[in-house]
Design a protein around this ligand. Structure first.
Ligand code: G6P
Ligand code: MG
Length: 237
């Protein structure tokens, strides 16, 4: 942990791309909408939408064309995409938990730490239900009450506040660049999940939660200075 951090008291997880891979479902739903409007959409573009809320994502997609859409039209398009997305996530079960996700939640709980969820998805609650892990979280931030999307720190700060834990005693876990920026701006330790070459602002990056080693973040900073990164972990800078 960084020397400016306090003893760890809570871990706040992002959902999409960290605990489960809903990115593909978002991709399918956005692609259908984009193509129906004659706009390009591919996996690379979808990467840019990770961690970005629904209306922000739509704005980025529409900005690729020249047609302007009124606010009611945009709401309709977003609702259309969301209906499609909701149909897709109906197929989800506990089998859709990413490797190591359940084990990470169990380890954090066993260590007596609090667990929060910071997802800007308004579908987070049904997804947690489908995965069968809703009761494992002390706090799930209601995305509908958040004013500003990641990279703004609001959602992580709100989770910490509802958990009653200082941001400097929190570890945030994120797969998106915007999410890592939000954690850093919140004054938390940022653990990136994915590619260190992409998540350059993270304090540390692991390829997936199967490489999550809670004990690494529990001790005082001096105790960790001696330790080599766990297998699969890479410092991002
Ligand atoms: C997550 C995903 C984004 C998605 C956002 C809003 O952050 O990474 O790709 O746009 O949630 O999801 P929603 O379910 O509210 O449309
Ligand atoms: Mg994510």
């Amino acid at each position: 942990m960084r020397s400016d951090m306090q003893r760890l008291q809570a871990v706040i997880f992002d959902l999409d791309g960290v605990i489960t891979d809903t990115a593909h479902f978002h991709f399918l739903a956005w692609r259908e909408l984009a193509h129906s409007l004659g706009l390009p959409f591919d996996e690379a573009f979808n990467e840019r939408l990770k961690g970005i809320d629904r209306m922000g994502s739509l704005a980025l997609i529409l900005a690729q064309g020249h047609k302007r859409y009124s606010e009611p039209e945009q709401q309709l398009l977003a609702a259309q995409k969301n209906l499609h997305y909701q149909r897709l996530i109906e197929t989800m079960t506990a089998d859709h938990l990413l490797p190591g996700a359940l084990e990470a939640l169990v380890a954090v709980r066993a260590a007596g730490l609090k667990i929060g969820l910071a997802s800007v998805s308004k579908n987070a609650a049904p997804v947690l239900d489908r995965l069968g892990i809703a009761d494992r979280f002390d706090v799930v931030v209601d995305a509908a009450r958040i004013q500003r999307s990641k990279p703004d720190p609001e959602i992580f700060l709100s989770a910490a506040q509802q958990l009653g834990v200082a941001p400097a005693a929190c570890l945030g876990v994120e797969d998106a660049v915007a999410g890592v920026q939000a954690i850093q701006a919140a004054g938390m330790f940022a653990l990136g999940v994915g590619d260190p070459a992409v998540l350059v602002q993270a304090d540390e990056v692991i390829p997936g939660l199967q490489a999550f080693r809670l004990e690494r973040y529990l001790g005082p900073p001096t105790a960790l200075a001696c330790c080599a990164p766990p297998e699969g972990a890479a410092p991002s800078a």
